[in-house]
Design a protein around this ligand. Structure first.
Ligand code: ATP
Length: 755
C-alpha cells in the first residue's frame, strides 16, 4: 500500500534537484535544504529541520521532507545525486583544532562585518525573506503531516470518496508547496552569493592594502591566502547561511512537531530526547579527530595544487633544467601526503558512520511499535501511526543535528578557523602590527612644494628644497633581524643620481625594500620630499612626531609609496600583468585601465561593491592617461617599436613568455617614462640589457628629468651616476660603518652633464 502511495505521490520520494552547492571543503561537504530528500539507504526517511549535509566520502545523510512521514522501503535506485564541487582548501598553519570559544569568536568576527556594512539593508531584507520562506516551508511540512494522516485514514477505512478528496488535496498541496521550497533555496543561494561577493571584495581589499600580500608571502605568515579567498569564503557564506537556517528550521520544526507527538503519546517524546542527547555525546566523542584531519586535508590539497601552479609558472626553467623527474617526485610526494591524510579521514569517517547509521535506523521502528497497540485497541486511527512516525522523525532530526552533521560541522570548523586566522592577520597588518617591532624604520612623506604646508607647520626647512630623499641613521635589518647596513645617512637631491654597489647579499635590494616601505625592520628615518599631486595636505605634511604622523600616512592610504607620491620602483624581476600590451604599459599608474573594456562593461549588472575597487583619490594622483600615440612613441623610445609589427597594442599574450627578459626590462622603462615620476628607484633594472640599450635608457630617463637611484654591479653604470654608495657585507665584529659614498668620477667627465 505504501509502495502504491509512493508511486502515486512523487513527493514522497522527491529529491530536490535544487541542491545547494556549498563547497564546504575539498571533500565536498554538501548542505542541502531539501524539500523531500530521502536517504537512499534508509528504510525510513529522516525528517529534520531541512538541512542536508553530506561529504562525498560518507554516506551519512539526513533530510527533511514534507512527505517524509511515510515509511519507505530501502530504494537503492534513489541514490542521492551528489553534486561534485571542486575545491582545494587550505589549512591553518599549525593544523590544530581550535577550542570552541576561539571558534565562536572567529566565526563572529568573520561573519559580522557584512551585516553592518553598506550593504546591510539589502542583506537584512534578503535574510528576512529567506527566513520567511523557511518558515513557510516548515508550515507546509506540518500541513502535509495532517494531509498524510487523513489520506491514510481514508485508505484504511476503504473510503474511496474521502481517499479521492485527500489525493486531490495532496496534489494541490504539492502544486502550492513546491514553489516555496524552490524559492527558499534560490533566495538562500542568492543571498549567499551576495554575501560572498561582499566578503571577497572586503578581503581582497585588505589583502592588497598595506602590502599585506607581500608580508604574508615573504615571511610565510600564513599558507595559501588565495585559497582562503576563493574556496573558504565561498564555503563559509554558503554553510553559515545553511546552518543558521537549519537551526532556525529545527527550532520551528521542533515546536510544531512536538505538539503533534505530545498529542499522540508524550512518553515517546521523552525517549526521543534521551536518545538524542546520548547520541550527540557519543558522536562528538567518536568524531573528535575529524576537525584536525579536515584541517590537514585542506592544507595538503592546497600544497599539491600550488606545486602544479609552480610547474606552470616556471615551465621554461624546468624544461631547461630537464627537471621533470624531480617535479614529478615532488608533486607525487605532495599528492601522497594528501592521499594518506584522506585515507585517515575516510577511516575516521567510516567509524563515525557506523555509529550514525546505526543511530538513525535503530530507532525507526520505535514510534510505530509504541503507537501500534493504541491502534489495535481502537484508540487511534491508522493515519495517526503514520503521523506519529513522521513527527518522531522530524523531532529526532532536530535533536540530532550534531550527530547527523558532525562531519560537515568539523569541515566547517576548519573553514572558520582558516578564515579567522586570515582575518586576524589582515587586521594586524592594517593596524601595522603584523611585522612591526616597537622600533622600526619611519617613512615620512612631505610635499615640499606646497608653500602653504611650509607656512602652516614649518616642518620643511629651506635647506631641504631640491631634496628628494633623505635617509637618516638607518639601521637596516632583515625580517629575521640580521643587520645588513648600519647608520646609513644620505641625501638625494634633484638630478643627483646615485648608484648603489656591493657584493651579492650585502643588502642593496633590501635598502630599496626599506625605501619602498616593504621592510621596516631596523631603525632610522627615510623622508621623501616629493610633490604629492592632489593629496590632502594633512596627510602629506604630517610630522613624524605627531600622533597622526606620516609614518602612518601611506598605510592609511593602503597603497604603495610609489603609486601615491611620484616615486617609481623598478624591481629586479620585471613583472608582466595579465592582459594586453596596452595594459602592460599603463600598469601600475593607470590601474583602472588595467581591467579590459569588455570586462568593465559587464560591471553594469554587478553588485556595487564589485565595481570600481580602485580608490577614488587615484584620479588625482596620476598624470593624464597617455594616448595611443604616446604609447606607441614610448615603445619606440625604449626601442620596442618593432613589437607593434608582431602584436597590436590590444592583443593579449603571456607576456613574460613571449618577451625576452631584456624586452621586459625595456617595457618596464616604458612604464617609468609614461609615469614621469620625480624619483625612480631601479634595482638592477638593466641587468639583462646590452650596453647600448642601457645607455639609451638612462639617457631617456635623464632627459625626462627623472632623478634615480640605481642598484647594479657593472662598472659601465658609473657613467650615468654622480655618486656611488658602496655597501660591504655587514660584519658585527667590525666597528666601522659598512658603507661609504664617493663620486663616480670628476664631474666634467660625466656623460650626461650637457643633457
Ligand atoms: N625575506 C627575507 N628574510 C630574511 N632574510 C632575507 C629575506 N630576503 C633577503 N634576505 C637576506 O638579506 C640579505 C640581503 O639581501 P638582498 O636581496 O638585499 O641582497 P643584494 O645585495 O640585493 O644581493 P644581490 O646583489 O645578489 O641581488 C641576503 O643575505 C638575503 O639572504
Amino acid at each position: 500500500m505504501i509502495l502504491l502511495f509512493q508511486q502515486a505521490c512523487p513527493l514522497f520520494t522527491f529529491s530536490s534537484t535544487y541542491k545547494s552547492k556549498l563547497p564546504l571543503s575539498s571533500h565536498n561537504v554538501q548542505l542541502h535544504l531539501g524539500f523531500g530528500t530521502l536517504t537512499p539507504f534508509s528504510p525510513l526517511p529522516i525528517c529534520r529541520g531541512g538541512l542536508y549535509i553530506r561529504k562525498n566520502w560518507g554516506k551519512c545523510s539526513s533530510s527533511s521532507s514534507a512527505a517524509a512521514q511515510a515509511p519507505l522501503p530501502p530504494d537503492p535506485d534513489k541514490e542521492y545525486k551528489q553534486v561534485e564541487e571542486e575545491s582545494d582548501g587550505i589549512v591553518a598553519a599549525q593544523g590544530e583544532s581550535p577550542d570552541l570559544q576561539t571558534l565562536f569568536r572567529r566565526f563572529w568576527k568573520v561573519a559580522a562585518p557584512y551585516w553592518t556594512s553598506d550593504d546591510k539593508v539589502q542583506a537584512r531584507l534578503q535574510l528576512a525573506g529567506v527566513f520567511a520562506l523557511t518558515l513557510a516551508t516548515t508550515g507546509i511540512s506540518v500541513g502535509f503531516s495532517f494531509l498524510g494522516r487523513d489520506f491514510f485514514n481514508a485508505l484504511a477505512n476503504k473510503d474511496q470518496e474521502q481517499f479521492t478528496k485527500q489525493l486531490l488535496y495532496y496534489l494541490g498541496g504539492f502544486a502550492g508547496g513546491i514553489p516555496f521550497f524552490v524559492l527558499r533555496d534560490y533566495a538562500r543561494e542568492t543571498l549567499s552569493l551576495r554575501w560572498r561577493s561582499w566578503m571577497t571584495s572586503y578581503y581582497m581589499d585588505r589583502y592588497l592594502s598595506n602590502q599585506t600580500f607581500y608580508k604574508i608571502q615573504s615571511q610565510s605568515i600564513i599558507d595559501n591566502p588565495d585559497q582562503r579567498i576563493v574556496d573558504d569564503l565561498s564555503s563559509f557564506t554558503g554553510t553559515s547561511l545553511a546552518f543558521s537556517l537549519t537551526l532556525f528550521n529545527a527550532a520551528v520544526d521542533l515546536i510544531s512537531f512536538s505538539n503533534i507527538l505530545f498529542g499522540i503519546y508524550p512518553p515517546l517524546f521523552v525517549v526521543l530526547l534521551v536518545y538524542s542527547i546520548g547520541g550527540t555525546a557519543i558522536s562528538v566523542f567518536l568524531g573528535r579527530g575529524l576537525v584536525k584531519l579536515n584541517f590537514l586535508q585542506e592544507k595538503k590539497e592546497a600544497d599539491f595544487r600550488y606545486g602544479l601552479v609552480r610547474v606552470r609558472e616556471n615551465a621554461e626553467s624546468i624544461a631547461f633544467y630537464s627537471g621533470e623527474e624531480s617535479e614529478m617526485q615532488l608533486l607525487l610526494q605532495r599528492f601522497k601526503s594528501a592521499f594518506e591524510n584522506l585515507t585517515q579521514l575516510l577511516i575516521a569517517s567510516r567509524n563515525l558512520e557506523f555509529f550514525t547509521n546505526g543511530y538513525r535506523y535503530v530507532i525507526q521502528v520505535l514510534p510505530a511499535a509504541v503507537v501500534a497497540p493504541m491502534f489495535f485497541s481502537g484508540k487511534i486511527e491508522f493515519g495517526v501511526i503514520n503521523q506519529s512516525v513522521s513527527a518522531f522523525n522530524h523531532i529526532l532530526g532536530d535533536f540530532s543535528l550534531i550527530v547527523y552533521q558532525f562531519q560537515a560541522i568539523s569541515a566547517f570548523s576548519a573553514v572558520i578557523n582558516r578564515l579567522g586566522e586570515f582575518d586576524d592577520v589582515l587586521d594586524r597588518s592594517s593596524s601595522r602590527s603584523l611585522t612591526d617591532t616597537l622600533e622600526d624604520i619611519q617613512i615620512t612623506y612631505r610635499d615640499f612644494r606646497s608653500s602653504s604646508a611650509l607656512e602652516s607647520n614649518g616642518s620643511t626647512p629651506p635647506e631641504k628644497f631640491g631634496t628628494l630623499l633623505e635617509v637618516e641613521d638607518l639601521i637596516l635589518k632583515t625580517p629575521s633581524e640580521s643587520t645588513l647596513i648600519r647608520d646609513l645617512s644620505l641625501t638625494i637631491k634633484e638630478k643627483d643620481n646615485l648608484l648603489v654597489m656591493g657584493p651579492s647579499g650585502s643588502g642593496k635590494t633590501s635598502l630599496l625594500r626599506a625605501m619602498a616601505g616593504l621592510w621596516k625592520t631596523g631603525t632610522g628615518k627615510i623622508t621623501y620630499y616629493i610633490n604629492g599631486g592632489g593629496y590632502p595636505e594633512q596627510s602629506l605634511c604630517s610630522d613624524v612626531n605627531s600622533p597622526n604622523n606620516a609614518h602612518d600616512t601611506y598605510v592609511a592610504h593602503g597603497k604603495s609609496i610609489s603609486r601615491k607620491s611620484g616615486i617609481f620602483f623598478l624591481p629586479q624581476r620585471p613583472y608582466m600583468v595579465l592582459g594586453t600590451l596596452r595594459q602592460q604599459l599603463l600598469y601600475p599608474t593607470w590601474s583602472n585601465d588595467v581591467v579590459p573594456m569588455s570586462d568593465s562593461t559587464k560591471q553594469t549588472n554587478a553588485l556595487p561593491f564589485l565595481t570600481n575597487l580602485a580608490k577614488s583619490e587615484d584620479a588625482n594622483d596620476r598624470p593624464t592617461k597617455p594616448t595611443t600615440d604616446e604609447l606607441i612613441k614610448v615603445l619606440e623610445d625604449v626601442r620596442l617599436g618593432y613589437l607593434l609589427a608582431r602584436f597590436s597594442l590590444d592583443s593579449t599574450h603571456e607576456w613574460s613568455s613571449v618577451l625576452s627578459l631584456g624586452e621586459q626590462q625595456r617595457l618596464a622603462f616604458a612604464r617609468l617614462l609614461l609615469s614621469k615620476p620625480q624619483l625612480a628607484l631601479l634595482d638592477e633594472s638593466t641587468s639583462a640589457l646590452d650596453e647600448a640599450n642601457e645607455v639609451h635608457l638612462y639617457q631617456k630617463i635623464r632627459a625626462a628629468n627623472i632623478t634615480y637611484v640605481s642598484i647594479g654591479h657593472r662598472s659601465s653604470l658609473y657613467d650615468y651616476h654622480e655618486r656611488i654608495l658602496r655597501i660591504s657585507t655587514f660584519d658585527s665584529d667590525n666597528e666601522q660603518l659598512n658603507w661609504y659614498i664617493e663620486p663616480t668620477r670628476p664631474e666634467s667627465s660625466l656623460k650626461f652633464t650637457n643633457l
